[in-house]
Ligand binder design. Structure first.
Ligand code: ATR
Length: 272
């Protein structure tokens, strides 16, 4: 990799370095394609100053993660359609000094899902109504999925369902809906380390016609996914979402479709 006066800098704004394998991934693909870009993570304390730095240093673009996905918005010049409807930003493009926020989380999630199943006209149960759910619902709806949102706090499910005009309810509705469902997505934090022996779904409710996706990435194989595998379901791991939201960002950074295989290899992930 040659760094010179023309090198375009892509930053990554988060509050910890450890959460990101992405810089390995992006730099591997930049190198492979001979693109004069470099990807560097920054630990940001004050997001306002972080955004000023993008302007002052002429940073080409940045990826954005927790805890800045919402708080960065007020410092940007514009949001694209995805970021606007989700209400959160995971990427900022510096378009000749104009900073435009985007969000590839939802579309990335749906791309991961579509590696295993069609989405159009499928009955989808989405568990949860927080930020991760919000990122997914619009993209699922765009693909023609028949969505029901279930959440512990019913009012939150109702509110989110209103935004995409779909059904909603409490988690107690899960048993009656499961037998006819095609896709089940856990977008709650249930099953995350250290409570990794928990699942939000009773194993007895799973059936082998289901595709089960979990947004929990730690552990990689959650109890829900383990139960789903044992039942004969198709499974979609959270790191496939991570991969695809990154692929979509790469296209925004460079205008080039990257090799998914090289990105997979750099992230050391498989679809099994
Ligand atoms: P994120 O941005 O990652 O989605 P969040 O906004 O805190 O995180 O949302 C967490 C989701 O997990 C919510 O839907 C939450 O349900 P509530 O709206 O009822 O809080 C859900 N969740 C967290 N712990 C849960 C638990 N023990 N049982 C059921 N749902 C849970």
């Amino acid at each position: 990799m040659k760094i010179n006066g023309e090198t375009k800098l892509i930053g990554f704004f988060g509050s910890t370095f450890r959460t990101s394998k992405m810089y390995t991934m992006y730099n591997a693909v930049f190198e492979n394609l001979g693109l004069n870009y470099i990807y560097v993570p920054f630990m940001v304390e004050d997001i306002k100053k972080g955004v000023e730095a993008i302007r002052n240093l002429g940073i080409h673009a940045v990826g954005v993660t927790i805890p800045f996905k919402i708080s960065i918005i007020e410092h940007l010049d514009e949001l694209d359609e995805d970021a606007k409807r989700i209400g959160a930003v995971n990427v900022v493009i510096n378009n000749n000094g104009k900073l435009i926020g985007g969000n590839t989380d939802g579309k990335g999630g749906v791309k991961a899902l579509k590696e295993k199943t069609e989405v159009k006209n499928k009955k989808i149960i989405l568990l949860g109504a927080g930020g991760a759910a919000r990122a997914l619902v619009f993209a699922l709806k765009d693909e023609g999925g028949k969505l029901t949102i279930l959440n512990r706090t019913v009012s939150e499910a109702k509110e989110l369902a209103k935004a995409v005009d779909c059904q909603s309810g409490g988690l107690e509705k899960l048993p009656e809906l499961m037998s006819t469902a095609d896709i089940l997505i856990n977008s709650t934090s249930v099953g995350m380390t250290p409570k990794n022996n928990q699942s939000i779904v009773d194993k007895k409710l799973l059936h082998n016609k289901l595709t089960v996706m979990d947004i929990v990435s730690n552990p990689r194989e959650t109890k829900l996914l383990r139960d789903a595998k044992a039942t004969g379901c198709q499974t979609v791991f959270a790191d496939r979402m991570l991969l695809w939201q990154g692929v979509l960002k790469f296209e925004m950074y460079t205008g080039i479709k990257p090799s998914v295989e090289i990105m997979e290899k750099a992230l050391q992930i498989t679809s099994h």
